[in-house]
Design a protein around this ligand. Structure first.
Ligand SMILES: C[S@@+](CC[C@H](N)C(=O)[O-])C[C@H]1O[C@@H](n2cnc3c(N)ncnc32)[C@H](O)[C@@H]1O
Length: 407
């Protein structure tokens, strides 16, 4: 079995050959092996865990795609008004950014502790330890409005910030692999499940298996929050979208109209950026096309232009920041992911470049340039089958464009 296949079996993650090989090299160095065959032949469960730690992508930040938190506050408020507490899960939680954002949003809305509970899981033990520590640096603070940092964090002498204990202790963290959750023991355990930015790393069969697990964990009248690019996968596997704009919220498809039909109230949460204002959309009915992205307000086009010009001048970090700022407003901006791919390629971070271009074509399957870059990268990694498929996809798009231009 290849290293990639071993990693997929252990974690569900589909990783590139170069990423898998690099992880093996790093572990061989660390454990004093110089023969990769011998190393792989004697892989213990503990060593496999260490390898997986090297391929996870624990990218997250506080108040990432914030409408999901506001939609959840609305749901918790509604249940609490009927005396019912809400059980929330964050899977995967990376370094705790997502569940802590949820706690802050609930606190901002003056909801008492008894109104909710939050469990957070991640495959990576290192992530869980970071989450439990509740200490964050600059990368975690990318939200538009940073007032929450003043309210809930203490600055440390090294430039980082520590979350207040009163909030930190409101999340229960556990290491866990979603694909191995005991869904009998946890059946319908949660009213709200966040599962954002995980399925994008899975292949189709693994995505289906993960969604089956999530469906089993979620109460029948519960709400699931996905990453933007993952909504279609949920819709293909038993979920329907809920009418919260830019929250990427779904429910199990029971053949009925969505139960939550009220507009989320204006919340006293950190002031929301205009482009993200919570707006009500008509309930999705069976006659409407499913999984159509909510209409997006006009994006601040110059952010991407600025990112390009910064990247051209070699200011890669600033360029990446601009892209993330753009994505905070327009999460489905394939072009921002494409640019992040280029920026990471310039920084020689090929795995991240690969990851961003994949996101780009997930969102915009006919993105010719991203397909070409991915094909070249696959070729460089010795993955000729993938390279050929990507190239022929790109070629078809090119021909279509040429034909279109000729008319
Ligand atoms: C990109 S982060 C997403 C974090 C957060 N949900 C967000 O959207 O910001 C992906 C996380 O998935 C975790 N992960 C990967 N495979 C997993 C699995 N099979 N079960 C649970 N967590 C997993 C990784 O360790 C990583 O921290």
């Amino acid at each position: 079995m290849t290293v990639q296949a071993l990693l997929r079996r252990a974690s569900g993650l589909s990783v590139s050959k170069s990423m898998a090989d690099r992880a093996v090299r790093q572990r061989m160095e660390r454990t004093g092996h110089d023969d990769s065959d011998a190393y792989l032949a004697n892989l213990t469960a503990e060593e496999m865990t260490q390898l997986v730690e090297l391929v996870v992508v624990p990218e997250s930040w506080l108040f990432r795609d914030p409408q999901a938190f506001y939609a959840t506050v609305e749901l918790v408020q509604e249940r609490w008004s009927r005396g019912r507490a809400t059980r929330i899960a964050s899977i995967p939680c990376a370094g705790g950014e997502e569940p802590y954002s949820m706690v802050m949003a609930l606190r901002d809305a003056n909801l008492p502790k008894q109104a909710f509970s939050i469990d957070a899981y991640d495959l990576s033990q290192a992530c869980i330890e970071r989450a439990q520590a509740g200490v964050y640096g600059r990368n975690a603070f990318r939200a538009q409005d940073m007032a929450f940092r003043e309210r809930y964090f203490t600055p440390l002498s090294d430039g980082n910030y520590r979350l207040l204990d009163a909030l930190r202790t409101q999340v229960t963290f556990r290491q866990g692999n979603l694909l191995q959750f005991d869904t009998k023991a946890l059946a319908q355990r949660y009213d709200v499940v966040f599962c954002r930015n995980l399925l994008i790393y899975f292949d189709k069969p693994t995505t289906r298996a993960a969604i089956a697990k999530l469906s089993a964990l979620l109460a029948d009248d519960g709400m699931l929050l996905a990453g933007y690019a993952e909504v279609p996968s949920f819709c293909q596997n038993g979920f329907v979208p809920l009418p919260y704009r830019q929250a990427f919220a779904l429910k199990k498809d029971d053949g009925r109209r969505p139960a939550i039909t009220r507009a989320p109230a204006a919340l006293p949460v950190a002031k929301k950026p205009a482009l993200h204002s919570v707006a009500f959309m008509p309930p999705v009915t069976r006659t409407q096309p499913m999984c159509v992205a909510a209409p997006v307000a006009t994006p601040p086009a110059n952010l991407l232009a600025e990112a390009r010009s910064l990247a051209d001048r070699g200011l890669l970090r600033d360029a990446a920041d601009k892209c993330h700022a753009h994505l905070a407003r327009v999460p489905e901006a394939a072009e921002a992911y494409y640019l992040l791919g280029l920026i990471n390629e310039l920084a020689c971070k090929m795995d991240l470049a690969d990851d961003y271009w994949r996101r780009c074509i997930y969102l915009q399957p006919d993105h010719y340039e991203a397909l070409c870059h991915l094909a070249l990268l696959a070729e460089r990694n010795g993955n000729n089958t993938a390279a050929t498929t990507l190239k022929s996809r790109a070629a078809r798009i090119y021909q279509r464009r040429q034909a279109g231009a000729g008319h």
